[in-house]
Design a protein around this ligand. Structure first.
Ligand code: FES
Length: 111
């Protein structure tokens, strides 16, 4: 299922957006000219990553500062040791597509 999430113009002006797919929040960020999407909920204690900071390709959680790479899904090594001893190894990243000014996700999961 193809879902339109936002427009490039809106993302360029806000740099990051929180969107809902069904009832689940996701974070969309712009890195350079490319949009990326990850779950908005931190896998440690559920803080909203939208409230965190974006630096380069990494989003830092506002609560305990775990850092997630929006391109690769990698979690920084210190946070892995402190908070994610039993997983996850990575967070899910969702490839987005652009069609003109619109940004889409090809959604495979149940809503
Ligand atoms: S809630 Fe995000 S690092 Fe703890």
């Amino acid at each position: 299922m193809k879902i339109q999430l936002t427009t490039l113009q809106q993302l360029q002006s806000e740099k990051k957006l929180r969107v809902l797919i069904g009832k689940t929040p996701y974070l969309i960020v712009l890195v350079g000219e490319k949009p990326y999407m990850i779950p908005d909920t931190c896998p440690h204690q559920d803080a909203s990553l939208y409230e965190g900071t974006l630096q380069g390709t990494c989003v830092t959680c506002p609560l305990h500062k775990a850092t997630f790479d929006v391109v690769t899904g990698d979690i920084d090594e210190v946070s892995k040791m402190l908070y994610f001893d039993f997983g996850p190894e990575k967070i899910t990243t969702y490839p987005l597509r652009m069609d003109g000014d619109s940004i889409y996700v090809d959604w495979q999961e149940t809503i």
